[in-house]
Design a protein around this ligand. Structure first.
Ligand SMILES: [Fe+2]
Length: 225
């Protein structure tokens, strides 16, 4: 059996080999997930907009998978400046993947998750069943604690976002992440994702999701001034 020391030596040797001789390049097939860090003023502005308008926001629950009481639509209340930030992130995704696609912002909503609530694994679709697009999750408030892990405390899961995509016996297809305030993940509509429940706090886990349809209207590919 290989000891930890053997494994470390082996790893070191492989690292040396690949670095020195450039034995290969990696080609990774599959879909990308982009991880942005949103500037704090944008986060503050979204939280302020939500708090100010909460009483008048439309409940969005019937369109969503979440087992969450407070899910409200917010796109109409967001400032042009904030919408531009989202549009820029979605555009960066398209550039990163070298697609020729147009960007069409759709609905945005805020999930304010209380302890014991959860978001079952699901995927998104766009306007009128549009299947090609990007969705996203941005962390606006994270409770200081996600409470007690009922077993295997060294592998925490409470309150984590999980994204699942791709297949193959050797593929990396599961990303579980403890999102911090400002973390913003952008991913294709068909990437399955969910959020695990937490406990031990009355603070809420607040996130915003924005859907963006991608289109093929090449005449309007570039932003008009
Ligand atoms: Fe979602």
């Amino acid at each position: 059996m290989m000891t930890d020391k053997d494994a470390a030596e082996h790893h070191k040797m492989l690292e040396k080999l690949t670095k020195k001789q450039e034995l290969f390049k990696t080609i990774h097939l599959g879909q990308k997930i982009l991880h942005f860090t949103t500037p704090q003023p944008i986060i503050d502005e979204i939280n302020k907009t939500y708090n100010k308008n909460l009483k008048n926001l439309a409940q969005h629950n019937k369109y969503l998978a979440g087992k969450i009481e407070n899910e409200h639509r917010i796109d109409e209340q967001l400032s042009d400046h904030v919408k531009k930030y989202f549009e820029d992130c979605f555009r960066m995704y398209v550039y990163e993947c070298k697609f020729m696609k147009t960007i069409n912002l759709r609905q945005a909503w805020i999930n304010e998750m209380k302890q014991h609530e959860y978001n079952p694994f699901h995927y998104h679709i766009g306007k009128d069943g549009h299947e090609c697009g990007l969705s996203s999750v941005m962390m606006l408030n994270r409770p200081n604690t996600y409470g007690k892990e009922y077993s295997r405390e060294h592998v925490p899961t409470n309150g984590f976002l999980e994204l699942i995509s791709g297949s193959g016996v050797l593929s990396f297809n599961q990303l579980r992440v403890d999102m911090k305030v400002g973390d913003f993940f952008v991913f294709p509509y068909d990437v399955m994702h969910g959020v695990y429940p937490f406990n031990g706090t009355i603070d809420t886990r607040r996130t915003l999701s924005y859907n963006c349809d991608l289109g093929n209207d090449l005449e309007n590919l570039f932003e008009k001034k």
